[in-house]
Design a protein around this ligand. Structure first.
Ligand code: DGL
Length: 259
Protein backbone atom coordinates (compact mmCIF):
# COMPACT_ATOMS: atom_id res chain seq x y z
CA UNK A 1 0.00 0.00 0.00
CA UNK A 2 2.69 2.49 1.00
CA UNK A 3 4.50 2.29 -2.34
CA UNK A 4 1.33 3.24 -4.18
CA UNK A 5 1.55 6.71 -5.76
CA UNK A 6 0.19 10.01 -4.57
CA UNK A 7 -2.20 11.32 -7.24
CA UNK A 8 -2.13 15.05 -8.03
CA UNK A 9 -4.42 16.89 -10.42
CA UNK A 10 -5.02 20.39 -11.70
CA UNK A 11 -6.86 22.02 -14.57
CA UNK A 12 -3.46 22.18 -16.24
CA UNK A 13 0.21 22.82 -15.58
CA UNK A 14 -0.22 25.11 -12.54
CA UNK A 15 -0.42 22.28 -10.02
CA UNK A 16 3.17 21.39 -10.83
CA UNK A 17 4.04 24.24 -8.44
CA UNK A 18 2.48 21.99 -5.77
CA UNK A 19 4.07 18.81 -7.16
CA UNK A 20 7.49 20.52 -6.76
CA UNK A 21 6.81 21.27 -3.08
CA UNK A 22 5.57 17.74 -2.41
CA UNK A 23 8.45 16.11 -4.25
CA UNK A 24 10.97 18.23 -2.40
CA UNK A 25 9.47 17.42 1.05
CA UNK A 26 8.68 13.77 0.28
CA UNK A 27 11.28 12.66 -2.29
CA UNK A 28 10.65 8.95 -1.70
CA UNK A 29 6.99 9.14 -2.64
CA UNK A 30 5.89 7.89 -6.06
CA UNK A 31 3.60 10.38 -7.78
CA UNK A 32 1.22 10.64 -10.72
CA UNK A 33 0.43 14.14 -11.98
CA UNK A 34 -2.60 14.74 -14.17
CA UNK A 35 -2.95 18.01 -16.12
CA UNK A 36 -6.44 18.44 -17.54
CA UNK A 37 -5.20 21.26 -19.77
CA UNK A 38 -7.78 20.74 -22.47
CA UNK A 39 -10.45 21.88 -20.02
CA UNK A 40 -8.51 24.84 -18.60
CA UNK A 41 -9.47 27.29 -17.31
CA UNK A 42 -11.74 25.80 -14.65
CA UNK A 43 -12.01 29.22 -13.01
CA UNK A 44 -14.66 30.56 -15.35
CA UNK A 45 -16.84 27.43 -15.22
CA UNK A 46 -19.80 26.83 -12.93
CA UNK A 47 -19.68 24.68 -9.78
CA UNK A 48 -21.34 21.63 -11.41
CA UNK A 49 -18.90 21.61 -14.31
CA UNK A 50 -15.95 21.90 -11.90
CA UNK A 51 -17.32 19.00 -9.80
CA UNK A 52 -17.76 16.83 -12.93
CA UNK A 53 -14.21 17.51 -14.12
CA UNK A 54 -12.87 16.80 -10.63
CA UNK A 55 -14.74 13.46 -10.60
CA UNK A 56 -13.21 12.52 -13.95
CA UNK A 57 -9.68 13.39 -12.75
CA UNK A 58 -10.16 11.59 -9.42
CA UNK A 59 -11.45 8.42 -11.07
CA UNK A 60 -8.51 8.36 -13.47
CA UNK A 61 -6.08 8.61 -10.53
CA UNK A 62 -7.98 5.98 -8.54
CA UNK A 63 -7.79 3.60 -11.52
CA UNK A 64 -4.04 4.12 -11.30
CA UNK A 65 -4.27 2.95 -7.69
CA UNK A 66 -3.36 6.21 -5.94
CA UNK A 67 -3.33 6.06 -2.13
CA UNK A 68 -4.09 9.76 -1.59
CA UNK A 69 -5.20 12.56 -3.90
CA UNK A 70 -3.99 16.14 -3.89
CA UNK A 71 -6.38 18.56 -5.54
CA UNK A 72 -3.64 20.94 -6.67
CA UNK A 73 -6.12 23.55 -7.79
CA UNK A 74 -7.79 26.23 -5.65
CA UNK A 75 -10.79 26.33 -7.97
CA UNK A 76 -11.41 22.58 -7.80
CA UNK A 77 -10.77 22.52 -4.04
CA UNK A 78 -13.12 25.35 -3.19
CA UNK A 79 -15.90 23.98 -5.43
CA UNK A 80 -15.53 20.22 -5.35
CA UNK A 81 -13.46 18.84 -2.47
CA UNK A 82 -16.37 18.34 -0.07
CA UNK A 83 -18.15 16.29 -2.78
CA UNK A 84 -14.99 14.25 -3.47
CA UNK A 85 -14.46 13.56 0.24
CA UNK A 86 -18.04 12.36 0.61
CA UNK A 87 -17.84 10.16 -2.49
CA UNK A 88 -14.46 8.43 -2.46
CA UNK A 89 -12.74 6.42 0.19
CA UNK A 90 -9.20 7.90 0.01
CA UNK A 91 -7.76 10.92 1.80
CA UNK A 92 -7.92 14.20 -0.17
CA UNK A 93 -5.66 17.21 0.34
CA UNK A 94 -6.83 20.54 -1.06
CA UNK A 95 -5.49 24.03 -1.50
CA UNK A 96 -7.09 27.34 -0.59
CA UNK A 97 -5.80 30.93 -0.79
CA UNK A 98 -3.51 31.71 2.19
CA UNK A 99 -5.81 34.33 3.70
CA UNK A 100 -5.00 33.36 7.29
CA UNK A 101 -1.25 34.25 7.39
CA UNK A 102 -1.90 37.37 5.32
CA UNK A 103 -4.64 38.61 7.67
CA UNK A 104 -2.65 37.75 10.80
CA UNK A 105 0.52 39.51 9.65
CA UNK A 106 -0.73 42.48 7.64
CA UNK A 107 0.28 45.80 9.18
CA UNK A 108 -1.59 48.02 6.73
CA UNK A 109 -4.70 45.85 7.24
CA UNK A 110 -5.06 45.68 3.47
CA UNK A 111 -4.60 42.41 1.58
CA UNK A 112 -4.76 41.60 -2.12
CA UNK A 113 -6.09 38.24 -3.31
CA UNK A 114 -5.51 37.23 -6.92
CA UNK A 115 -7.51 34.13 -7.82
CA UNK A 116 -10.01 32.73 -10.31
CA UNK A 117 -13.67 33.71 -10.40
CA UNK A 118 -14.57 30.14 -9.35
CA UNK A 119 -12.45 30.45 -6.19
CA UNK A 120 -13.46 33.97 -5.22
CA UNK A 121 -17.18 33.22 -5.58
CA UNK A 122 -17.05 29.89 -3.72
CA UNK A 123 -18.66 29.27 -0.36
CA UNK A 124 -15.44 27.81 1.02
CA UNK A 125 -13.48 30.98 0.21
CA UNK A 126 -16.22 33.06 1.82
CA UNK A 127 -16.21 30.89 4.95
CA UNK A 128 -12.42 30.89 5.33
CA UNK A 129 -12.20 34.65 4.74
CA UNK A 130 -14.86 35.36 7.34
CA UNK A 131 -12.87 33.38 9.90
CA UNK A 132 -9.69 35.43 9.55
CA UNK A 133 -10.60 38.78 8.06
CA UNK A 134 -11.65 41.23 10.74
CA UNK A 135 -11.61 44.87 9.80
CA UNK A 136 -9.16 44.29 6.93
CA UNK A 137 -9.63 45.67 3.47
CA UNK A 138 -9.51 42.68 1.10
CA UNK A 139 -9.01 43.56 -2.54
CA UNK A 140 -10.18 40.53 -4.47
CA UNK A 141 -9.15 40.37 -8.09
CA UNK A 142 -10.13 37.79 -10.70
CA UNK A 143 -7.06 36.95 -12.78
CA UNK A 144 -8.92 36.68 -16.09
CA UNK A 145 -6.64 35.53 -18.89
CA UNK A 146 -3.62 34.68 -16.72
CA UNK A 147 -4.16 30.89 -16.67
CA UNK A 148 -4.73 30.84 -20.44
CA UNK A 149 -1.40 32.61 -21.09
CA UNK A 150 0.49 30.36 -18.65
CA UNK A 151 -1.03 27.27 -20.30
CA UNK A 152 0.31 28.54 -23.65
CA UNK A 153 3.75 29.08 -22.11
CA UNK A 154 3.44 32.85 -22.67
CA UNK A 155 4.62 33.93 -19.24
CA UNK A 156 7.24 36.64 -19.69
CA UNK A 157 5.31 38.55 -22.32
CA UNK A 158 3.95 42.05 -22.93
CA UNK A 159 0.35 40.88 -22.67
CA UNK A 160 1.01 39.18 -19.31
CA UNK A 161 2.69 42.33 -17.94
CA UNK A 162 -0.22 44.48 -19.12
CA UNK A 163 -2.81 42.22 -17.44
CA UNK A 164 -0.84 42.09 -14.20
CA UNK A 165 -0.40 45.87 -14.08
CA UNK A 166 -4.16 46.32 -14.46
CA UNK A 167 -4.93 43.72 -11.77
CA UNK A 168 -2.38 45.04 -9.27
CA UNK A 169 -3.30 48.72 -9.57
CA UNK A 170 -6.36 48.67 -7.23
CA UNK A 171 -4.30 46.70 -4.70
CA UNK A 172 -1.48 49.23 -4.79
CA UNK A 173 -3.99 52.06 -4.49
CA UNK A 174 -5.38 50.37 -1.36
CA UNK A 175 -1.86 50.12 0.17
CA UNK A 176 -1.74 46.31 0.52
CA UNK A 177 1.27 44.77 2.23
CA UNK A 178 0.34 41.14 1.40
CA UNK A 179 -0.56 39.65 -1.96
CA UNK A 180 -2.11 36.18 -1.75
CA UNK A 181 -1.70 34.03 -4.86
CA UNK A 182 -4.93 32.02 -4.88
CA UNK A 183 -4.29 29.90 -7.96
CA UNK A 184 -1.61 27.24 -8.38
CA UNK A 185 -0.66 28.63 -11.79
CA UNK A 186 0.36 32.00 -10.34
CA UNK A 187 3.64 31.05 -8.58
CA UNK A 188 5.02 30.90 -12.13
CA UNK A 189 4.39 34.67 -12.32
CA UNK A 190 6.69 35.34 -9.36
CA UNK A 191 9.56 36.93 -11.36
CA UNK A 192 7.12 39.35 -13.01
CA UNK A 193 5.32 40.11 -9.75
CA UNK A 194 8.60 40.85 -8.00
CA UNK A 195 9.44 43.25 -10.78
CA UNK A 196 6.04 44.99 -10.74
CA UNK A 197 5.44 45.26 -6.99
CA UNK A 198 7.26 47.44 -4.44
CA UNK A 199 9.67 45.42 -2.29
CA UNK A 200 7.76 45.77 0.99
CA UNK A 201 4.79 43.79 -0.36
CA UNK A 202 5.00 40.12 0.58
CA UNK A 203 3.72 37.58 -1.90
CA UNK A 204 2.45 34.34 -0.42
CA UNK A 205 0.91 31.09 -1.62
CA UNK A 206 -0.09 27.82 0.01
CA UNK A 207 2.28 25.41 -1.77
CA UNK A 208 4.55 24.58 1.18
CA UNK A 209 1.60 24.23 3.55
CA UNK A 210 -0.01 21.73 1.17
CA UNK A 211 3.18 19.63 1.10
CA UNK A 212 3.35 19.66 4.92
CA UNK A 213 -0.31 18.69 5.16
CA UNK A 214 0.24 15.86 2.65
CA UNK A 215 3.04 14.51 4.83
CA UNK A 216 0.94 14.81 8.01
CA UNK A 217 -2.02 12.96 6.46
CA UNK A 218 0.21 10.18 5.07
CA UNK A 219 1.72 9.79 8.56
CA UNK A 220 -1.69 9.76 10.20
CA UNK A 221 -2.91 6.97 7.90
CA UNK A 222 0.38 5.11 8.11
CA UNK A 223 0.86 5.56 4.37
CA UNK A 224 4.35 7.07 4.12
CA UNK A 225 6.59 5.24 1.67
CA UNK A 226 9.62 4.27 3.70
CA UNK A 227 11.41 2.32 0.97
CA UNK A 228 14.67 3.99 0.06
CA UNK A 229 14.48 3.59 -3.68
CA UNK A 230 14.36 6.34 -6.28
CA UNK A 231 10.79 7.54 -6.65
CA UNK A 232 8.82 7.11 -9.87
CA UNK A 233 7.11 10.29 -11.03
CA UNK A 234 4.70 10.09 -13.93
CA UNK A 235 3.16 13.07 -15.72
CA UNK A 236 0.11 12.96 -17.96
CA UNK A 237 -1.52 15.76 -19.93
CA UNK A 238 -4.29 16.05 -22.48
CA UNK A 239 -2.65 19.31 -23.61
CA UNK A 240 0.80 19.98 -24.99
CA UNK A 241 3.41 17.70 -23.32
CA UNK A 242 6.25 20.06 -24.34
CA UNK A 243 4.80 22.91 -22.27
CA UNK A 244 4.33 20.68 -19.23
CA UNK A 245 7.84 19.32 -19.57
CA UNK A 246 9.21 22.85 -19.98
CA UNK A 247 7.64 24.12 -16.76
CA UNK A 248 8.85 21.13 -14.76
CA UNK A 249 12.41 22.05 -15.49
CA UNK A 250 13.35 18.52 -14.72
CA UNK A 251 14.43 15.36 -16.42
CA UNK A 252 10.98 13.77 -16.36
CA UNK A 253 8.84 11.84 -18.78
CA UNK A 254 5.63 13.56 -19.80
CA UNK A 255 3.00 11.50 -21.59
CA UNK A 256 0.16 12.69 -23.78
CA UNK A 257 -3.15 11.27 -22.67
CA UNK A 258 -6.32 11.30 -24.75
CA UNK A 259 -8.48 12.03 -21.76
N1 DGL B 1 -4.74 26.22 -11.10
C1 DGL B 1 -6.07 26.42 -10.76
C2 DGL B 1 -6.30 27.07 -9.43
O1 DGL B 1 -5.50 26.92 -8.54
C3 DGL B 1 -7.13 26.62 -11.76
C4 DGL B 1 -6.99 27.66 -12.78
C5 DGL B 1 -8.09 27.54 -13.79
O2 DGL B 1 -8.15 26.49 -14.43
O3 DGL B 1 -8.87 28.48 -13.91
O4 DGL B 1 -7.30 27.72 -9.24
Amino acid sequence: MNTKPIGIFDSGIGGTSIWKEIHSLLPLENTIYLADSINAPYGSKGKDAIINLSIKNTEYLLEKDCKLIVVACNTATTNAISFLRKTYNVPFIGIEPAIKPAALNSKTKAIGVLATKGTLTSELFYTTSSLYVHGHKVIEQVGDGLVELIEMGRIDTKEMRALLKTYLKPMLDANIDYLVLGCTHYPYLMPLLLELLPKHIKIIDSGEAVARQTKAVLEKHDLLNLQHTTSKNQFYTNGNPKILKGILNDNVDVNYLDF
